[in-house]
Design a protein around this ligand. Structure first.
Ligand code: FE
Ligand code: CA
Length: 528
């Protein structure tokens, strides 16, 4: 059994500034004066004033030797013992069994007031491809038990991997029944493609439940919004059941934001301040690694995860580095800016990183886990002019063309794009030229519907029917709620579209609406 104590160094490293270090030194003096801490482990609380783990536990970013473990300590637990402005030591145990009789590792990390008493422990030293159980302890209180699986060893041949991907969980318009079902899936991990929260003020119409407060802008408002979402037992169960790979889309900050451009009447400077609050709350509330280097209004969530030699997953950020949407952020005809080669959805650094990574990858399947639809989604004005959804890759056709050409010219193995955002299910082949169906198919895009956003939905909608008729490269549409599971072997990729009959009432039931497969080495998706 190994013991890891993440020390002050880690705290210093987390915040990384001299000012934080000084603040920390004064907290040490303050807590020595209160005398409620044990000597030698001076930030460990003997007791708390309420149950501290009200937002549950989570794990994330599985690696062959570990993962991130997360929790966050409730204010109510700390204020009654005078610890609200002090760092608090959070202890964790990792075991091979759910009853914690065979411990694999114990350790601790600091939950600091600067980071809302969130705790992130980056675990190393575990065995690859294995399930572990974990729990946290603070002041004699024990958290719920979480379950996390390590990734297969680097380069290992893997017979099969299963995971789920999901997005868009508007709290007001639907119950998190999809997450309840997802938490019971037999999968190794899950991927969240964004819209974990919605920033809007409380809806004025009748909804199944309500946001607290106005549209969120400040750190406290973002923190409270996450806390409200995370109070949902289904969301907590989904996090406890498996590690999650997280990325954000627009609503974690502001609807349809692009780089420094807000949708609302905010200046770039105001949006940067808002981003700093939004990103800090996101980091605090998610099982993310310190390597996201959150720094004020900047946070790097694009990153690469490997699952043996089977899957290389490129997690993308199509918000923070993009050019402002051209013409409009809605669905409109083209304009000069739309076809400018200067327009980018990835930003040059992320694009170079992605293109270089794909060019040298020898993984069996190369996944882009990202936010907005890559596939052309042709629409039409009343006058019969083509329209483009400018907030999606459709708004950035030059860079999309370069991406698709790159997939073709590097002959990277089996590219698969996973997408959220659009609150509906779609399956499409990625052609190098969407206007020419005889052009090469270089990959497949699986777009997963929302978990709850949009309410119950319907199997077919007018919008879905119209889009299908304009876009012959699209193979499938469905407008219900749910998520997608992927079963991946060296030979075949299978996406199962799981839908929920209703989210407007608790207890919705799950069914598999459609199953699509891609065979390794033969581009093009087929319905099973
Ligand atoms: Fe959404
Ligand atoms: Ca979105």
């Amino acid at each position: 059994m190994k013991t890891t104590d993440l020390q002050w160094y880690d705290l210093f490293h987390l915040n990384g500034t001299r000012r934080d270090f000084l603040r920390l030194s004064s907290s040490v003096a303050a807590l020595l004066a209160t005398g409620c801490y044990r000597g030698g482990d001076e930030w460990s609380l003997d007791s708390v004033s309420a149950y501290p783990f009200t937002l549950g536990v989570a794990s994330g970013d599985p690696a062959p030797d570990g993962m991130v473990l997360w929790t966050r300590l409730a204010k109510e637990a700390l204020e009654g013992v005078g610890a609200l402005s002090n760092p608090v030591r959070a202890h964790f145990e990792i075991a091979h069994d759910e009853s914690f009789t065979r411990l694999a590792q114990t350790g601790s990390t600091l939950a600091t007031p600067e980071l809302g008493h969130s705790a992130h422990a980056e675990i190393v030293g575990l065995d690859p491809d294995r399930w572990y159980f974990y729990r946290w302890t603070v002041g004699g209180e024990v958290s719920a038990v979480g379950r996390a699986k390590t990734a297969p060893a680097v380069g290992a041949s893997v017979d099969e991997l299963r995971f789920a991907f999901a997005s868009c969980q508007h709290y007001e318009v639907g119950y998190f029944t999809s997450l309840e079902h997802l938490s019971r899936e037999d999968v190794d991990f899950a991927v969240h493609l964004g819209d974990y929260i919605y920033e809007y003020a409380e809806h004025d119409r009748d909804t199944v439940r309500h946001h607290e407060g106005p549209e969120i802008v400040t750190l406290d408002q973002y923190r409270n919004r996450y806390a409200q979402y995370k109070s949902d037992p289904a969301l907590q169960a989904a996090h406890a059941a498996m590690p999650w790979i997280m990325t954000f889309d627009d609503h974690e900050v502001d609807n349809n934001w692009a780089s420094v451009f807000a949708q609302d009447d905010q200046s770039p400077e105001q949006l940067m301040l808002r981003r700093a609050s939004a990103f800090q709350a996101y980091y605090e509330m998610m099982p993310l690694r310190v390597s996201t280097v959150r720094n004020g209004p900047n946070m790097q969530v694009y990153r690469r995860l490997n699952f043996g030699g089977l899957i290389q997953m490129n997690v993308l950020d199509t918000r923070q580095y993009r050019s402002d949407q051209p013409c409009s952020d809605g669905r409109v005809p083209t304009c000069a800016k739309h076809i400018s080669p200067e327009q980018s959805i990835l930003g040059s650094a992320q694009r170079d990183w992605l293109f270089e990574g794909l060019a040298v990858s020898d993984a069996g399947w190369n996944v882009m886990a990202q936010q907005v639809m890559v596939t052309r989604l042709r629409g039409e004005t009343d006058e019969g002019d083509d329209t483009w959804a400018m907030d999606k890759w459709d708004g950035y056709p030059v860079e999309r063309g370069a991406f698709l050409d790159h997939l073709e010219s590097t002959a990277v193995n089996n590219p698969i794009v996973l997408t959220g955002d659009i609150h509906s299910n779609w399956v499409a082949d990625l052609h190098t030229d969407f206007d020419d169906l005889s052009s090469p198919v270089v990959g497949t895009e699986f777009v997963g519907t929302s978990l709850s956003s949009g309410g119950d939905g319907a199997d077919m909608t007018n919008g879905g029917r119209a889009t299908l008729s304009h876009n012959p490269h699209i193979k499938f549409y469905n407008g219900q709620r749910g998520y997608v599971t992927a079963t991946v072997t060296p030979d075949i990729w299978t996406s199962e579209y799981k839908v929920i009959d209703k989210v407007s009432e608790p207890g919705g039931s799950l069914s598999t609406r459609a199953t699509f497969v891609v065979e390794s080495g033969s581009p093009g998706v087929q319905e099973d």
